[in-house]
Design a protein around this ligand. Structure first.
Ligand SMILES: Nc1ncnc2c1ncn2[C@@H]1O[C@H](COP(=O)(O)OP(=O)(O)O)[C@@H](O)[C@H]1O
Ligand SMILES: [Mg+2]
Length: 246
């Protein structure tokens, strides 16, 4: 099982969009994928219109949760919304609080990919997700602040590795919100290549309205607009991820 955290400290960079569409892309290519919504906003649950009885919040508190099948080969654990914030506080004093997800989710059977959609913060839930994960994808929208978010995230990864002895590796920086018409996107892409050699995905996710619209229909981009550039880009990302782990 490959365990991926999609994380960066900046909001709105396309973490949830990537979790949903990469997850579905992998599922469509025959892999069994478990999505875990680690963000109290609960956006991933909204994308799939799921309001499960038990959530990640319950998993952290009691070790039990609800896994909902959302598509063929695709499964989801919802975040629990605000309850996840409360749970974060209630587990803060526990011994081994960083390893609850690792201890409960490491031996899932029949799952090829586990994908954590993280919140843009430095909290105990994200530390759990990073202690569990072995690969990290950092989405960077094509602006300077997002690059700063990537830097912070890589620092956080270093700390967590030292602290938890996690087997954590940057799978790639993913360029998102790429506007082919502006020079800024091209410039930032070049800066990323320079700062993170061999760690930037060849795939870029272009700005595409279909990606923005799809969740309001409860669909991934592959269901909502298969011929869109958004579907093309997430198809390309899916193949790049499959190639990287083979
Ligand atoms: N490539 C894209 N083109 C256009 N809109 C996008 C794209 N990627 C994401 N969005 C939209 O941008 C907003 C933020 O994306 P989201 O995936 O929720 O980011 P995050 O989870 O990092 O906060 C959402 O409204 C989403 O639909
Ligand atoms: Mg999100």
């Amino acid at each position: 099982m490959v365990k991926i955290a999609i994380i960066t400290s900046k909001g709105g960079t396309g973490k949830t969009t990537t979790a949903a569409n990469l997850g579905h892309g992998l599922a469509l290519s025959g892999k069994r994928v478990m999505l875990i919504d680690c963000d109290p906003h609960g956006d991933l649950g909204l994308v799939f219109s799921i309001n499960a009885e038990k959530s990640l919040s319950d998993l952290l508190r009691t070790g039990k949760t609800t896994v909902t099948q959302v598509r063929e080969n695709l499964f989801l654990i919802t975040s629990g919304g605000r309850a996840l914030n409360e749970t974060e506080l209630s587990i803060a004093g526990r011994n081994g609080r960083e390893f609850i997800m690792r201890n409960t989710l490491s031996d899932l059977r029949n799952v090829d990919f586990l994908i954590c959609d993280c919140a843009p913060s430095r909290n105990l839930i994200n530390i759990n997700a990073l202690a569990l994960a072995d690969k990290v994808i950092i989405p960077v929208s094509m602006d300077y602040l997002a690059m700063n978010g990537a830097r912070h995230t890589i620092e956080l990864m270093r700390e967590i590795k030292r602290y938890t002895k996690a087997n954590l590796e940057l799978m790639g920086i993913l360029s998102t919100h790429f506007d082919t018409r502006t020079s800024l996107s091209h410039e930032i892409y070049k800066v990323l290549l320079k700062h993170f050699p061999n760690k930037v995905f060849d795939t870029v996710i272009r700005v595409n309205t279909r990606l923005r619209e799809a969740p309001s229909y409860g669909k991934t981009v592959f269901e909502y607009a298969i011929n869109s550039t958004g579907a093309q880009d997430y198809f390309s990302l899916t193949n790049e991820v499959l190639k990287k782990i083979s």
